[in-house]
Design a protein around this ligand. Structure first.
Ligand SMILES: C[S@@+](CC[C@H](N)C(=O)[O-])C[C@H]1O[C@@H](n2cnc3c(N)ncnc32)[C@H](O)[C@@H]1O
Length: 321
């Protein structure tokens, strides 16, 4: 039986995957092979001449077979890269996307600006200057999935505490493991439930520095048009945003602002073509509302800031639900 070197196997697999129409054939080959050999990707390059044992070849073939059947490479290897870290993923959670990295950049920038307080000019004469969050850095991640947003906030903002919610208990299990793996479990609290409901139960109305969310936003009718590896493997609950895709977003836009501290930020990822509608919705309750682009130049992030606390406005930070 032929024995393969690492390099021979990379070359053969790359060609085979490319022939079968897989876009990132070299990258995917390396991800699968490094996973099968328990090596870092870079270590493959130091082991090009190494000959695989039969059991290693069998393990690799099993992974390749799953990929050839259409399973996303991240589910096959059980890991996905997001910003500067690696996260566990499985079919209970969405595979994190580059547009969510762009969301994170906007969100971290805004949280950083708020954290630098104590007083932040909101760039609007009607807003004036407000004491944004009374020294507490409390961030909510609605629909945390694998926990990439919550984990990244906790890693980048050592003073921040994060409340991470999801309606899916299976997703929360994955997210819990990811914050533990990242070493930030002591600052992330997980809450099961829909939209803002778990936050109401926590009594954090009027206290959040920021709400950051990548909610489901694909219109129900478009799910069938998604690529086979997305619609066939990723959780529908993470994708389906109802008839016009805005069900979950509307809930966050409607209920979220009441949970923000004065000057706090609401930062949302939205679907292609939804930014204008979401911007107009946010302008009803927030100030300094802006649309930001993802790395592909598409309007995919909408953010706004809560105004100053209004005298006698009944916003006493207590939860009155
Ligand atoms: C698009 S995924 C985002 C996952 C992760 N935050 C990310 O960016 O990769 C949306 C997540 O929201 C959860 N979800 C769906 N509807 C929800 C709701 N009404 N309330 C809370 N979470 C919800 C899903 O289970 C899923 O984990």
């Amino acid at each position: 039986m032929k024995t393969w070197t690492v390099l021979e196997l990379i070359d053969w697999s790359r060609e085979y995957l490319a022939e079968k129409g897989f876009g990132n054939a070299r990258l995917e080959t390396e991800l699968l092979l490094s996973h099968a050999l328990s090596l870092k990707r870079i270590e493959l390059y130091l082991n090009f001449e190494r000959r695989l044992k039969q059991e290693e070849l069998a393990a690799y073939k099993a992974l390749l077979k799953r990929r050839l059947a259409g399973e996303p490479v991240q589910y096959v290897t059980g890991t996905a890269a997001f910003m500067f870290a690696e996260f566990e993923v499985n079919p209970a959670v969405l595979i994190p996307r580059p547009e969510t990295e762009a969301l994170m950049e906007v969100a971290l920038g805004m949280i950083g600006e708020i954290a630098q307080g104590p007083r932040v000019a909101l760039g609007s004469t009607e807003a004036g200057s407000v004491d944004p969050c009374e020294n507490e850095l409390l961030v909510a991640d609605i629909g945390t999935g694998s926990g990439v947003i919550a984990t990244t906030v906790a890693l980048k903002m050592p003073d921040a505490k994060v409340l991470a919610t999801d309606s899916s208990p299976a997703a929360l299990d994955v997210a819990r493991r990811n914050v533990e793996r990242a070493g930030v479990a002591d600052r992330v609290r997980f809450l099961e439930g829909r939209s803002l409901e778990p936050l109401a139960a926590e009594g954090v109305r009027g206290r959040l520095t920021a709400i950051v969310s990548n909610p489901p936003y694909v219109p129900t009718g478009e799910i069938e048009t998604l690529p086979a590896d997305v619609k066939g493997y990723e959780p529908r609950e993470a994708l389906d945003g109802g008839t016009d895709g805005l069900d979950c977003i509307r809930g966050i836009v409607q209920d979220g602002p009441a949970f923000l501290a004065p000057g706090g930020a609401l930062v949302l990822e939205v679907g292609d073509g939804q930014a204008g509608t979401v911007r107009d919705l946010l302008r009803e309750s927030l100030i300094s509302v802006e649309v930001f682009r993802d790395y592909a130049g598409r309007d995919r992030i909408v953010a706004g800031r809560a105004g100053p606390r209004r005298e006698g406005g009944g916003d006493d930070g207590q939860d009155h639900r």
